[in-house]
Design a protein around this ligand. Structure first.
Ligand code: NAP
Length: 352
């Protein structure tokens, strides 16, 4: 049982991010003080949306500078906090030059850096880590090797590596490290959120972030010839953020939480969007696997990825996050509609 004093500040690492900005919003709306870390405090453009949230809410926002790779750089921000929400981690799937440097080091060393500072700070009672479903499975085909073919919180990704699915590997290493560091002390407990693929509106302009790239490409016709087949766990960004906040203030919260509301294919996404935006150049059919194998590299997908993911459906059990944290999922149609409405308003996707 961990009870939190809401008068104490809450640390949120990587506060400028797509997911973290919603976490910051919910905490400020609840009247809390948020210690938000950003990489470069001088670059106010990156966090002006957070300053706006601060001005509109009863809570208080304080900005601190910290980098995952700079030893002890989180210590000032953690002072007096009972809660540490560690979301910062690079999220990049393609276009990597050096996965060790770009993904593994910041994810792994960053987790060590933040959690070791939490241990040194005697006020810290609970750490919430943003992991991912990528720490549970690497490729959809992994489902075929688990009990009843269904992913649960007991399963760990054992198939990703530096060369194959390095982002998933970075999340797996970071979450394992977090559990290890947690086990070496008894001052704070660890609650882990494992979101699926996050979609939904952004509190910043929707011009960055991998989640948005996929939706933008879908709306702008990149998959017009056919969408990848197979399903993914999708979650609304607001639900993923709420899971973090519920994890903060549910005294009995524990363990890992698969946080994905819907098991959907890209064609399901396209069909849903077609109902609202019939004029967009959305895919009308799935891409045959043989063709995907041939053209995958042109779209930044390795052939190994195509073989192990295309035409293979996921199955996962999301009952624990509902039971342990009381999370309810936003209807999928609403998530897509809200996401696209913003893309249209920002001129990132347009009717053709
Ligand atoms: P995002 O918008 O790219 O946010 C990532 C955040 O991490 C940014 O604030 C970024 O800061 C910060 N960061 C990256 N490298 C850093 C470093 N070296 N030092 C300090 N901060 C650093 O991505 P997101 O989608 O919100 O992802 C947030 C978390 O959710 C990540 O842990 C990600 O793995 C996880 N997740 C995301 C998804 C998804 O579908 N989006 C799904 C499951 C889990 P800058 O703004 O300075 O770059």
């Amino acid at each position: 049982m961990t009870t939190i004093d809401k008068k104490k500040p809450v640390l949120v690492s990587g506060a400028t991010g797509y997911l973290a900005s919603w976490i910051v919003k919910y905490l400020l709306d609840d009247g809390l003080t948020v210690h938000a870390t950003v990489r470069n405090k001088i670059n106010t453009k990156k966090y002006e949306h957070l300053l706006k949230l601060d001005a509109e809410s009863p809570g208080t926002l304080k900005i601190f500078e910290a980098d995952l790779l700079a030893e002890n750089s989180f210590e000032t921000a953690i002072e007096n906090c009972e809660l540490v929400i560690h979301t910062a981690s690079p999220f990049q799937i393609s276009g990597l030059k050096d996965a060790q440097k770009e993904l593994i080091e910041p994810a792994l060393h960053g987790t060590r850096n933040v959690l070791n500072s939490a241990t040194k700070t005697k006020s810290v009672k609970r750490v919430i880590l943003t992991s991912s479903m990528a720490a549970i499975y690497g490729d959809s085909i992994d489902c075929q090797n688990v009990k009843d073919g269904i992913l649960t919180e007991e399963i760990w990704n054992t198939t990703s590596s530096l060369k194959h699915q390095p982002y998933s590997y970075s999340k797996t290493l970071a979450e394992k490290e977090a559990w290890k560091i947690c086990g070496e002390q008894s001052q704070w407990d660890l609650v882990v959120i494992n979101p699926g693929f996050i979609v939904g509106p952004s509190l910043d302009k929707m011009n960055a972030g991998f989640s948005n790239t996929f939706m933008r490409d879908m709306g702008n016709g990149k998959y017009k010839m056919g969408a990848p087949e197979g399903t993914l766990g999708f979650v609304d960004v607001r639900d993923a953020a709420k899971a973090h906040v519920l994890a903060c203030f549910t005294p009995t919260a524990s363990g890992r939480h698969i946080t994905a509301g819907y098991n959907k294919s890209f064609m399901d996404v396209a069909r849903e969007l077609h109902k609202i935006y019939p004029d967009l150049p959305l895919p009308k059919k799935a891409l045959p696997k043989t063709l995907a194998w041939l053209v995958g590299p042109l779209f930044g997908l390795t052939r190994k990825h195509v073989v192990k993911n295309f035409n293979i459906d996921l199955k996962f059990d999301n009952s624990y996050v509902k039971k342990d944290l009381g999370l309810e999922f936003t209807p999928f149609e609403k998530t897509l509609a809200d996401h696209f409405e913003q893309l249209m308003a920002d001129g990132i996707v347009g009717r053709k």
